[in-house]
Design a protein around this ligand. Structure first.
Ligand SMILES: Cc1ncc(CN)c(N)n1
Length: 221
């Protein structure tokens, strides 16, 4: 078994709780309220800011041109398709400019931002990959639950978020990330433990991010 699968199995409890989270259930069946979706997307847009910077670090830290080009291609898609989804939803949900560019960050968004910026500052390719891999693979896993596109929710604000994480190109990117992560498995036990800890924290935060989006104390459902 490769390093990626080993770590996913090790942190299966948080992984499976995130993939099967009630937030995902509601997104997949189209019952997610606009209030909850709005709250989630405002925070996730800030996640995407640090995530985009981390992809840039991956371009810089990758060991070869072929790998750099993969990250560069994903960066391009992120800047177009994914950003368009956010802007369309923000327009539909009436999100003001201040909440698009500089909202108050929830604690979990701040923690995720810190994790990504610390991986970025480390310039360590395995650490950068660990965060990218968790974020993309876990999203691919929940989106795979959507099954046949004919059964996806009707509203684009729901179905597009599924499509962005469930399509052949996205699946190939996740598989590539997994192989790349396996290929740079650290030989040194200390580095291996550090990368494993980065992976564990990313999985924990993915689960907490969905928890925060459903936190009943924040919004009427
Ligand atoms: C919190 C989170 N994790 C992962 C993804 C997928 N890029 C995302 N948009 N948001």
């Amino acid at each position: 078994m490769g390093f990626a699968n080993e770590l996913r199995n090790q942190y299966a409890e948080d992984w499976n709780a995130a993939v099967n989270h009630p937030f995902v259930d509601q997104l997949l069946d189209g019952s997610l309220s606009d209030g909850r979706l709005r709250r989630y997307l405002i925070q996730d847009y800030q996640f995407c800011d640090a995530f985009t910077a981390l992809l840039g670090q991956a371009v810089a830290s990758a060991p070869s041109l072929p790998s750099r080009l993969v990250f560069a291609g994903v960066l391009g898609g992120f800047a177009s398709d994914e950003n368009t989804y956010f802007q369309d939803c923000f327009n539909e949900l009436g999100v003001p400019e201040a909440d698009r560019s500089a909202p108050a960050l929830e604690p979990v968004t701040q923690d995720f931002d810190n994790l990504m910026r610390s991986a970025l500052a480390s310039r360590s390719y395995p650490d950068v990959l660990a965060v990218l891999l968790v974020a993309e693979w876990l999203y691919g896993d929940w989106a795979a639950r959507a099954g046949d596109p004919a059964s996806w929710p009707a509203a684009p604000k729901h179905s597009e978020w599924i499509r962005l994480h469930n399509n052949p190109e996205y699946n190939a990117w996740v598989a590539w990330l997994r192989d790349e992560f396996d290929a740079v498995e650290p030989a040194s036990p200390d580095v291996r433990n550090r990368v494993s800890e980065t992976f564990r924290e990313a999985v924990r935060l993915e689960r907490a991010f969905f928890d925060a989006a459903l936190d009943p104390s924040a919004l009427p459902a």
